[in-house]
Design a protein around this ligand. Structure first.
Ligand code: HEM
Length: 407
């Protein structure tokens, strides 16, 4: 049978727990901590006042006076994740405090050393990543209440006020909307291994619903995020020092390396969700897009990256469906692809509004000599891509992967 010829590395039953993925929260860190042990008070005091310290141009001076602390007193995974969140926020603020024209080229050792130490422990790069900004940066007002925007707040902030809060929390809700989809992947792989076509059909239907739900949740971005604020205020704090004309050499991490290091900025391209969906559905992206997307996997918690690998090495869904001769399975598969292409088209309209149109408006403002937003980053994603051609290629490959065949 088809499944028996397939990769036998996938052991049955596949489960989310193996990859530190929560049944309730998916890739979101369940109930993230908000406080570190007292030893790290100097970090927390700065991190909790970050928007004010950046806007009043005081952050760099305060960070320069910060004591050098090591990470030995961080107990357990959740404290380590909070420490990475805290140090990544302070780092982005430190580098970009004066905007794109005067980025700081050297991260002082009292920040660089613990940041690199905790990053190594977690297997993450020493820069702000999606797993900081979103997965670790949420809290419920009422712990017993639902995961809805009115019961949610962020833990750390940059300048950008309510728009920043909305940008992060809508993305938290996207991760939540993906949970049934992630579970469907696991159920589908188990169904293929057990040769259960009924279970596979059910899982594909669940996956399609989850993808459609993600698109619906994305629509909320318009209610909470002002495009001008996103473009002119928020975006720079997510920007990295790789493929960024504002910092062509990268950033020196003092005490770590004499050579500057280059890292991409935070982007939802580092969310594990669509990577896992793509691998499971068997979508092959163009070489250039795939190179970028694969690089983004190194910006994810290693156990989440391992989940994507598991999806990649699992028995091929496409081959299974084609050899099954089951028209219902084929239709359900194609509906997943259509839903995913629609999600990507919707994301492109959002990017057009929040980056391309906002950039054009900002250009006009610059011509009228009003203070302008980042220029070097114009029409580039925070991950450093030439945005639209990349996103369209990714969407078009999704459409091309629809199977046009009568089985
Ligand atoms: C204002 C809102 C948003 C903007 C302006 C935006 C912008 C971008 C940009 C510029 C890229 C290209 C990669 C880069 O250079 O960073 C990208 C990629 C991507 N974004 Fe967004 N994004 C937004 C919201 C979201 C949300 C909420 C999600 C959901 C988790 C998301 C998921 C993705 C994914 C998965 C990619 C990789 C391309 C793909 O797989 O289709 N984005 N985004």
């Amino acid at each position: 049978m088809e499944a028996q010829n397939q990769n036998l590395k996938t052991t049955l039953p596949l489960s989310l727990g193996r990859f530190h993925i929560s049944e309730d929260y998916g890739f979101l860190l369940p109930n993230p901590l908000k406080e570190l042990p007292d030893h790290y008070k100097p970090w927390m005091e700065i991190a909790n006042k970050l928007p004010y310290l950046i806007e009043s141009h005081q952050l760099r001076a305060l960070v320069n006076k910060m004591p050098l602390l090591n990470c030995h007193f961080l107990k357990g995974y959740r404290e380590q994740r909070l420490a990475h969140l805290v140090l990544s926020f302070i780092t982005m603020g430190y580098v970009w405090q004066e905007g794109e024209t005067q980025p700081e080229q050297v991260l002082p050792r009292n920040l660089a050393l613990p940041f690199v130490e905790i990053s190594r422990k977690l297997g993450l790069p020493p820069i702000l990543v999606h797993s900081d900004l979103v997965l670790t940066n949420w809290t419920k007002w009422n712990p017993e209440g639902p995961l809805e925007i009115r019961n949610l707040d962020i833990i750390l902030s940059f300048p950008g006020g309510e728009s920043l809060r909305g940008f992060i929390l809508v993305t938290v809700l996207v991760e939540k909307a993906a949970v049934p989809g992630i579970k469907a992947l696991v159920e589908a792989v188990n169904a293929i291994l057990q040769l259960s076509q009924d279970s596979l059909l059910e899982a594909l239907q669940q996956l399609r619903l989850s993808i459609q739900d993600i698109t619906r949740v994305l629509e909320q971005m318009h209610d909470y995020v002002d495009p001008d604020i996103f473009y002119a205020v928020i975006r720079i704090f997510l920007s990295g020092w790789k493929d960024n004309p504002a910092m062509p050499m990268g950033l020196i991490y003092e005490g770590v390396s004499k050579e500057p290091l280059k890292y991409s900025g935070g982007s939802a391209a580092q969310s594990t969700v669509l990577h896992a969906f793509d691998e499971f559905l068997g979508i092959c992206h163009s070489k250039e897009s795939a190179d970028f997307l694969h690089r983004m996997r190194d910006y994810m918690p290693p156990s989440h990256k391992a989940f994507i690998e598991e999806m990649r090495s699992a028995p091929s869904l496409r081959k299974y469906i084609l050899s099954s001769g089951n028209g219902q399975l084929l239709a359900a598969y194609n509906q997943c692809m259509e839903a995913l292409a629609e999600l990507r088209s919707y994301h492109i309209t959002m990017v057009t509004k929040y980056l391309i149109t906002a950039a054009a408006k900002a250009k006009v403002r610059r011509q009228t000599h009003l203070p302008g937003p980042p220029k070097a980053l114009e029409e580039r994603g925070t991950g450093g891509t030439a945005v639209l051609s990349f996103l369209k290629s990714v969407r078009d490959k999704t459409v091309e992967s629809i199977i046009h065949q009568n089985v």
